[in-house]
Design a protein around this ligand. Structure first.
Ligand code: FAD
Length: 596
């Protein structure tokens, strides 16, 4: 449906943003939404306002049946079946439309979590890997939310270490059933789902996935967890005691379940990014409105510099996260444009290409949401700390995003590890780019690049180029020092991941700001100011992270030489971030919300 709007959008290789230069026309942004997509956003927003927000007290109190009723209402509008093919009762729409829905429905984290688990990690394994019979049996029920879906990988002793699960499956003597024994922990929708995708090892070694109906003999659901946040969503353990699963319910191939488990998490991470963006927009609306209404020292606190700094920092990071999310789903849709609608495995492979972007979005967006929630509490002072106002809930709800779908520590390791692996396999010319930068930086400075560029956002563009070079230089030093042992240097890997993520965030924001400016929209000034703030932040983060990496790799004269190179790469005149903050805050206050 939206493909025609995406024609110029480039389905670049995953991770290539670090090496290649893109033009604004080549990236998808919310400003490119088609008319139909705008309507989807408006319908989702109306649903959030009229159905989700009034139900918040009942959902958070876990009043029986409220969440399920809400999900069914959402299903009637097609919200929960957007990625299910039409022949199984779904809408079979593009990923941008799915992203818009997830984003604009995110008025309450408990609902976003339940929906994300249902539509994403709960349903997509079946869409991608199910047999025709399995799809016919289950997808129509999931499309209407007659049954909710859950994804059960984690166990008490293996969360991050997911390959180490202990749940076992053995084939029954007559070959008709797999008999599963074990326990799953922390399962979202655990108490409400009708269908569970459960991971177990056949004969203790072949990692496999099984579709298990709720009333299967031997499956029992444990008590609800009492959680810090997302209290309205169901999280339960599952107990499998001689659970009899028909052999027809093996999902995908025996021994290949890890592909299912991990590939679906890429989409889970992307969806989480969308939900964080939507959640942050709501939190920002509270922050800005409160700052405008609350008076101190004879004026609204929105006029105070330090409150404006909070508003501006939150808005800028939200802008970056939103830009990355839509850029990535735009690339995915462009990449899927020539994939046969029935070839769901191929579609899944194309999505997997963007695993690095998905992990970056997961880490950046979850940390962005934590910042926004913290700034909301800070802006509200004492009122931010009591349950009578939404700030306290936003603050509690935000924390889980840094834990599930792979902790942020694990995702940081994935970001650098995946790029390095691709480079080693020759799939991404990262090593060539690193060599180029290493050659360039070891030559004396030419002093011919100092002339002031006066094109649009030229200062921010120059900082992006510098941030890329700092990242490649640091990656080069680290791989020379540790070689294949780099993956065991977790702190170095995480610092490199932060640099890589900042580059993707800044470039996505910058290209979007340029696109907005080129189309002469009224939001051009605020988009440019937010990009200015992000560019300053990127340089600060990149330089600090690079110093740590270099110090971990060298000492003495070698370290001093490398630090001199870093100083040269990082040299720039700081922008006036006080003025930029004022500009961003002023636009937020005028709009009474996040201004884009
Ligand atoms: C509310 C909620 C809902 C959930 N929903 C689901 C669900 O629907 N389905 C499902 O399968 N699971 C679900 N989970 C489980 C979740 O995915 C795990 O909690 C998460 O992956 C972390 O695993 P863990 O809790 O065992 O922590 P651990 O893996 O023990 O991690 C503890 C700490 O050690 C760090 N750590 C671990 N290994 C490494 C490493 N190699 N390098 C560096 N640091 C490391 C972690 O980052 C973390 O900081 C949910 C959890 C919660 C709390």
């Amino acid at each position: 449906m939206a493909i025609s709007t995406l024609q110029p959008i480039v389905s670049a290789r995953g991770g290539s943003f670090l090496l290649e230069t893109r033009s604004p026309a080549e990236v998808f942004t919310p400003e490119d939404f088609s008319e139909e997509q705008r309507q989807i956003a408006a319908t989702a927003e109306r649903f959030a306002r009229e159905e989700i927000v009034p139900a918040i007290p009942a959902i958070e109190a876990r009043q029986p049946g409220v969440m399920q009723a809400l999900m069914r209402k959402a299903a009637e509008l097609g919200f929960t079946s957007i990625e299910i093919p039409e022949e199984y009762g779904g809408m079979g729409m593009d990923k941008v439309s799915a992203a818009i829905l997830t984003d604009h429905l995110s008025a309450l984290a408990s609902v976003s979590t339940a929906m994300g688990a249902h539509c994403g990690i709960g349903t997509l394994p079946l869409v991608w890997y199910g047999t025709e019979d399995q799809k016919q049996r289950y997808l129509p029920k999931l499309a209407t939310c007659e049954w909710l879906a859950a994804y059960a990988l984690s166990e008490a002793s293996s969360g991050s270490d997911a390959m180490n699960i202990r749940t076992r499956a053995t084939l029954s003597a007559d070959g008709s059933h797999y008999i599963l024994n074990g326990e799953k922990h922390w399962i979202t929708n655990g108490g409400t789902a009708g269908l569970y995708t459960v991971f177990a090892k056949i004969d203790g070694d072949k990692f496999s996935a099984f579709l298990i109906e709720r009333d299967t003999p031997g499956l029992s659901i444990g008590a609800e967890e009492h959680k810090m946040g997302i209290r309205g969503s169901s999280t339960c353990p599952l107990v499998l005691q001689d659970c009899m699963v028909p052999v027809e319910n093996l999902l995908g191939e025996a021994g290949k379940g890890h592909h299912i488990a991990f590939n679906v998490l890429n989409v889970g991470r992307l969806k989480m990014g969308m939900a964080c963006v939507g959640g942050a927009r709501h939190a920002m609306a509270h922050m800005i409105r409160y700052a405008m209404e609350r008076h101190a020292f004879g004026k609204p606190i929105a006029e105070l510099g330090l409150i404006q700094r909070k508003i501006a920092a939150s808005a800028s990071q939200l802008f970056a996260a939103e830009s990355m999310v839509y850029r990535t789903v735009g690339m995915i849709d462009a990449s899927l444009a020539d994939v046969d609608a029935n070839s769901s495995r191929e579609a899944q492979k194309r999505i997997e290409e963007y695993a690095v972007e998905c992990s970056i979005i997961k880490v950046y967006s979850s940390e962005m949401l934590s910042l926004v929630a913290d700034d909301l509490v800070g802006t509200m002072g004492g009122y931010g700390f009591v349950e009578d106002y939404p700030a306290e809930r936003h603050y509690r709800d935000a924390r889980i995003n840094r834990i599930f779908e792979g902790t942020n520590e694990i995702n940081r390791l994935i970001i650098t590890g995946f790029l390095m692996k691709r480079a080693m396999q020759g799939q991404l010319p990262l090593l060539k780019a690193i060599k180029q930068v290493m050659d360039e930086v070891t030559e004396p400075p030419s002093f011919d690049g100092g002339s002031e560029m006066d094109s649009l956002l030229s200062h921010e563009t120059a900082l992006l180029v510098a941030a890329k070079k700092i990242t490649l230089f640091s990656a080069g030093v680290a791989s020379q020092r540790f070689n294949t042992g780099l993956q065991d240097q977790q702190e170095v890997m995480a610092d490199l991941a932060d640099m890589i993520s900042q580059v993707f965030a800044l470039e996505s924001a910058l290209l979007r700001a340029q696109k907005i400016a080129e189309s002469k929209r009224s939001t051009a000034a605020v988009a440019a100011a937010m990009t200015g703030l992000l560019a300053e932040e990127t340089m600060g983060i990149a330089e600090r992270a690079a110093r740590r990496v270099l110090a971990a790799c060298a000492e003495g004269d070698m370290l001093r030489t490398q630090l001199a190179i870093l100083r040269r790469l990082a040299r720039s005149t700081p922008a006036n971030s006080v003025e930029l903050s004022h500009t961003v805050a002023r636009h937020c206050i005028q709009a009474g919300k996040y201004p884009l």
